[in-house]
Design a protein around this ligand. Sequence first.
Ligand code: AKG
Ligand code: FE2
Length: 554
Amino acid sequence: MRVLFNFRYWLRVWFGASLAFGLCIMICHGAGDVFTAMVDLENLLAGEADMTAQVLDEYIASETYRLQQLKSFANEYLSKNHNFDEGRDENVVTNPINAYLLIKRLTSDWKYITNLMQSNNAEYFIKNITQERLNNQVKYPDDEDLDGAAIGLLRLQDTYHLNTKDLANGVVAGNNVGKTLSGQDCFEVGRAAYNAKDYYHTLEWMQEALDRIKIEKPPTKRESDILEYYAYALYQQGNPKRALVLTKRLAQIDPTHPRAKGNVEWYESMLSDEHKSDLHDLPPIKNVRDTRYDIEEREVYEKLCRGKFERDLEMESKVYCYYKKDRDFLKLAPFKVEILRFEPLVVIFHEVVSDYEISIVKQLATPRLKRATVQNAKTGELEHANYRISKSGWLKDHEHPVIHRINERIDLMTNLNQETSEDLQVANYGIGGHYDPHFDFARKEEVNAFKTLNTGNRIATVLFYMSQPETGGATVYTELGIGTYPQVHNALFWYNLKRDGEGDVRTRHAACPVLTGVKWVSNKWIHERGQEFRRPCALTQDVNEKYVGDLTPI
Ligand SMILES: O=C(O)CCC(=O)C(=O)O
Ligand SMILES: [Fe+2]
């Protein structure tokens, strides 16, 4: 089944966006929406390291002083000079000075020592760090963000076929990034998968965590912590027998574990007497991917994201590039247009936005980006999206001369009237940030979509690439089997509607997860109203690009 673009769903994304992560520099999502938007991580990196190091240094100095004091008390007590042992000697206690000193030691000194032992001042330093973070006006990631980052990793793994061991060894897309994950890190990724009811990845990562703690000295996680998750994932993957064996082991290595015994009984109840009694003959582990999603479309999407585009040699023989100079102004500085395909028409405008303009757009958009928690259309579950932004990610024409200029340019590029188009929308994709297959137009049944705008449906989309991710992050068309990698300064353009106003389902598209690097895009959605003389509608659908790929001339 296809999950079509659902406008109400997006309304929820925009208006119901979780504000948890962000003010000032508001966060989009993440490693999506793992999760944290790259722009936030960059900001965090900027000041955070120095400040934390400084506060930690101060804390360590104060702790060192405190422990030194305690040590000198200990030495004093031990030292023969103090004749503390003599306290046991009746004669010593009868000496008033000694008696006084002994009492002092046992009262005020002891109070001082116990105070010293208790007052490690951690709270004070933690408060300092917290305050400093608030002053920074950067929202720091929380547990939810960590979860999102983990889910982002899993998505990357699926999309780009990244092996769990490689990832844990810090090998991303064949490059060693120098950092490796500990058993505890792997456990956390597995736990995020478990919380998302993704038992395929739970199993993968818990296995990796087990492998790692076996060779770590000291292990970063207890085996018993891992086993419970691992066993449950095995059970979910149809292997209660192995789940039972592992849970028995759990009960053995951690006899006080609060759930181990109960779980053993529970797994036993899943097995026939015959299976229960013979626990040597274990079925192999069959780990299958999560099937809650539209697996067919997902596979197409992921394949395209890996760059496996479909070739259409006939089409390729017809496409071409041209200079668009159909207005006086353009005679001096024509647009460079590359036609990717016809029917439906998809083109790339080369070098249509400058570095300066990009920097302004990013600057204007950054305080508005927010992370969103979105509802998965299929499963109804909430997912953290590090790919979407709040409604306030829109940039209005009058906000800055650069925005105005870009809007004027879109008119020249597309020959479509900009008066009814939506404001420029900016998105910053974080680790694993992506956008599932969707349509930009509202479907017939979505009768209320764009109603308040009163401008009709989205006739066309212009997508400016405002950065160039190192790997991943392609825009792909799942029905057409093609895609394109973002090239900074360029813009992708297509019509969403056929000439009779019908939504063109061939335009279904998606943004692939960013594997390395950063992806910024700006979207311009152009509406039907106002195009009566620009792209007049027709009685049939296929008048479509009789204009042979030229954007409808004025
Ligand atoms: O970022 C991309 O490549 C596509 C974004 C998109 O489809 C959208 O924002 O509607
Ligand atoms: Fe889109």
